[in-house]
Design a protein around this ligand. Structure first.
Ligand code: MG
Length: 375
């Protein structure tokens, strides 16, 4: 489907490494477009709407959820891919799927579930995203999961321990042979970071947990803020913030494009295999890396560790651990579809059940199990 200009080292859907279960080529759309469509139609994708990014879903209607976060990642990723003549559809598919395995309550939920699963192989949301598209979605007549292309699955699996990699077969092999994924996967990865650093500033300011004054020493923010205030001295604060953030995103995206073009030019890349054997090529310039790091450090200290965020994290920890322990102690409390699997691997089945929950479902389930007045 030569509808877009692709660089020779772009991922080409016409020569995909294919799907686990063979399927005929789709009509009227590319293999990667089909992957993207399957991801959008999955139930795990719809659940992202009710999963926390930083702020728990019921805290406000305007904060990012995992769904809007994933859409922002896809938007940023596609912009970068198009400029670099890489495959936009693949970047979009990976971006939309990258958080499908996330637990309720953001990173607090993932940490809690990982601690619960310590003796049973741990829990990692990134591996779980792959598990969702490979195994857990039950929609198609001919296979479990979504039967996605290798390239999409490779992009979803961002990082992986050697032990896990050895169990995952082809998709895990690059972690054992020290290879990189395709450029489209590298773009989705960096777009994730650009998206959350920026929207967390926006949500942080909106919530009042951080202030413009606090952001003063963060140069990436304050340089753009000064610029906006100079050009628009009378602009309302909410618009000043948005104008500043859109300029930050623009600066970061332009920097990635410029630096990546240089990195690509310094290599001899004739195909995707050359990309896999090259170092990581999608990257910020050194100066931008430093500015970006400054922003990340600020968010960690002032937003992610804010006492109000910590309170929610502590609550999330309690809910997840108590649910896990209850299901481990008495497997008859599990819904029947998880109970069947429980015969073989009970702890993993409990983790699958909990990881699939939305924030509000987890809260309700906790109430149903522990509150005497509920049934
Ligand atoms: Mg993400």
């Amino acid at each position: 489907m030569p509808d877009i200009r692709l660089a020779p080292y772009a991922s080409n859907p016409a020569v995909t490494r294919g799907r686990k279960v063979h399927e005929d080529a789709p009509l009227g759309r590319s293999e990667f477009q089909r992957d993207r469509d399957r991801i959008i139609h999955s139930s795990a994708f719809r659940r992202l709407e009710y999963k926390t990014q930083v702020f728990v879903n019921h805290e406000g209607d305007l904060f990012r959820t995992r769904l809007t976060h994933s859409i922002e990642v896809a938007q940023i990723g596609r912009s970068i891919a198009r400029r670099l003549m890489l495959n936009e559809d693949l970047v979009e598919a990976i971006s939309l799927a990258h958080d499908l395995g996330h637990t309720p309550f953001g990173h607090a939920g993932q940490d809690a579930l990982n601690a619960c699963m310590k003796e049973y192989g741990g829990f990692e949301h990134n591996l779980q995203s792959l598990r969702v598209v490979d195994v857990l979605e039950e929609r198609y007549a001919d296979f479990d999961g979504l039967n996605l292309c290798f390239e999409t699955r490779e992009g979803i699996l961002k990082h992986c321990s050697p032990e896990h990699a050895a169990q995952l077969g082809e998709v895990g092999s690059r972690f054992l042979t020290n290879q990189r994924p395709a450029l489209e996967a590298q773009i989705a990865n960096l777009s994730d970071e650009i998206a959350y650093n920026n929207h967390d500033v926006d949500d942080g300011l909106r919530s009042g947990l951080i202030t413009l004054e606090q952001l003063g020493p963060v140069r990436l923010f304050s340089n753009h803020l000064t610029e906006v205030r100079n050009i628009y001295p009378a602009l309302a604060e909410r618009r000043v913030i948005h104008e500043t953030i859109r300029r930050m995103i623009n600066t970061l995206v332009s920097d990635v494009i410029n630096q990546t073009e240089k990195n690509i030019a310094a290599q001899t890349l004739n195909n995707v295999d050359d990309v896999r054997n090259a170092p990581n090529l999608v990257a910020f310039s050194e100066p931008m890396l430093a500015l970006n790091r400054e922003l990340k450090t600020f968010l960690r200290l002032h937003l992610y560790r804010h006492y109000r965020v910590m309170r929610m994290s502590a609550k999330a920890h309690r809910i997840i651990s108590e649910l896990f322990n209850a299901f481990m102690e008495d497997r008859r409390l599990l819904p029947p579809q998880f109970l069947q699997a429980a015969e073989k691997e009970h702890a993993r089945s409990v983790a699958d059940y909990i990881a699939g929950m939305t924030d509000r479902y987890a809260i309700r389930e906790h109430r149903r199990i522990f509150a005497v007045e509920e049934i």
